[in-house]
Design a protein around this ligand. Structure first.
Ligand code: 4AD
Ligand code: MG
Length: 477
């Protein structure tokens, strides 16, 4: 018999139909009721065995985690919580799971414990829901841009440039590290390395995707990016995925419009297409909240929070306006901020961003026109000469979710900046060429995919929204 997915059986297979289902045992109760899950939905199906017709030795093997195949009839369920169940005719064990040794039990495990068994945690309700939401968001990203006529471009993972100029790169080499070739002056001779030059894992696909933008007008890249920043926080990964659209003939305002529309589209897509999973995650977050002191509890539930994003306009204000608000804020006056704001020009820390979003405006905020000094070399200098056409989108509970800018399209202005920042020109000759030949005003931004998933799933730690997190001191699996 051909296998039917559990989601399809639960979704309305006719009563009386004979089906085969395959999946993993979640629980086996009273020697009779098997709760089975195959990942097609958060919901289990109940398969009911008549223990008098099955060998006891077979039933003993129906342990949590075992993989089984069941033939049976779809019947109306008398139990609570499901409309149909399977009356089992035949039962086959595909893979045993020794109850003494299998680490997952039908009870709540801590997220910290589950991180240590990341190869098995996808078999829990929480993680299978997160995996499915991640998939839906990947699909929604491509749908959003495809519907708008954007062209998806694969940018390289191995590069020779530091797109963000922050020096947080992982080196790529195939040197024998015990015998690294040296030049006469004692420095490492990268000419003898695999690529004949210094290379690293990309920190952003932006510079390369800009090349495509200068021919295809509207493009985006969606790939893995790598940052060797030593920040052990619940918002940072050393390997994360980023979506970077780049649009010709868009100024900073157009860029902010697209970023806001994009985020609302993604959140709404999740609300419409991931209903069961989000309801589960909503309940989960509420239970977790109950363990917390009153003050730390979320003001809105997950579903409410998501709907709020879709329904409300983001606040837009300049960096200069934000500094004024922060300088006069209570936590600044009472010296509660770790980094006090005393003047224009300071880089904003996440405590400041979160104050603006969560306490002051209580809405997503887009900050723009930052000081030149604290932003990347490629961002366009404004007419005032001291600010740059940059923007960050700040989300409640997350902080920065998007960073972007209008790009410096004027050859001479860019050259001056590159020189001032000491970026080797030979690294960027091709990027400079874009400004030499048919340059055009253009803009783009980067959405951190895991920060989006954090927000949509309501999880608290970025290590729990990517299957195999890479963080300082951790590259297991
Ligand atoms: O602000 P960032 O560094 O911007 C860029 O990389 C630009 N090249 C984007 C562009 O304009 N095309 O990073 C963009 C976003 C951040 O807003 C954040 O959401 C995410 O990437 N991000 C991280 N996510 C997880 N772990 C990290 N270590 C991250 N660093 C940045
Ligand atoms: Mg940024």
């Amino acid at each position: 018999m051909k296998r039917t997915k559990i989601i399809d059986v639960l979704g309305g297979t006719d009563i009386g139909t004979k089906v085969n289902i395959k999946g993993w045992v979640r629980t086996f109760r009273n020697n009779q009721f098997i709760a089975m899950n195959d990942g097609s939905t958060i919901n289990n199906i109940q398969a009911v065995v008549d223990f008098s017709t099955f060998d006891e030795s077979l039933l003993k093997r129906l342990t949590t985690g075992a993989c089984i195949s069941v033939d049976g009839e779809v019947v109306e369920s008398l139990g609570k919580g499901q409309s149909v169940e399977i009356k089992v005719d035949a039962l086959q064990i595909l893979g045993d799971a020794d109850a003494e040794k299998y680490p997952l039990q039908p009870k709540r495990h801590s997220l910290e414990f589950l991180r240590e068994i990341a190869h098995l945690r996808v078999r829990t309700n929480t993680f299978s829901a997160i995996y499915r939401v991640r998939h839906a968001m990947i699909f929604a990203v491509h749908k959003f841009f495809t519907d708008k006529g954007f062209c998806n471009v694969h940018t390289p993972v191995i590069t020779g440039s530091d797109a963000e100029g922050a020096g947080e790169m992982f080196r790529v080499t195939n040197f024998d590290l015990n015998n690294v070739p040296k030049s006469e002056d004692g420095s490492i001779n990268f000419k003898e390395d695999f690529f004949g030059k210094e290379t690293n894992l990309t920190v952003s696909g932006q510079l390369e995707v800009e090349t495509a933008c200068m021919a295809l007008s509207e493009v985006y890249t969606f790939g893995p990016t790598f940052r060797a920043e030593n920040s052990n926080t619940s918002r940072h990964l050393a390997e994360f995925w980023m979506i970077e659209p780049e649009m010709a003939f868009h100024d900073l305002n157009d860029n902010m419009d697209l970023a806001e529309e994009f985020l609302k589209y993604l959140v709404n897509y999740a609300l419409v297409h991931c209903k069961d999973d989000l309801e589960f995650l909503d309940k989960r977050a509420k239970e977790e909240d109950k363990q917390k002191p009153q003050l730390e509890r979320a003001e809105m539930g997950l579903l409410e929070r998501l709907q709020f994003i879709v329904d409300n306009e983001f606040v837009r204000l300049t960096y200069t306006e934000a500094i004024e608000i922060l300088r006069n804020s209570k936590p600044n006056k009472k010296k509660k901020f770790q980094y006090l704001i005393d003047g224009w020009g300071a880089d904003l820390q996440s405590e400041h961003e979160r104050f603006l979003v969560e306490k002051h405006f209580k809405k997503p905020v887009i900050l723009f026109d930052y000081p030149n000094e604290i932003k990347a070399f490629y961002m366009r200098v404004n007419d005032d000469g001291k600010t740059t056409a940059a923007m960050d989108v700040l989300f409640p509970g997350i902080g920065e979710i998007i960073g972007g800018s209008q790009r410096e399209e004027r050859y001479n202005v860019l050259l001056e900046k590159v020189n001032k920042m000491g970026i080797p020109e030979e690294e960027l000759w091709w990027y400079m060429d874009l400004r030499k030949f048919g340059s055009a005003p253009h803009s783009g931004f980067g959405l951190g995919f895991e920060r989006l998933i954090l927000f949509v799933t309501g999880m608290g730690n970025i290590r729990d929204v990517i299957p195999f997190p890479r963080t300082p001191d951790n590259a297991e699996f």
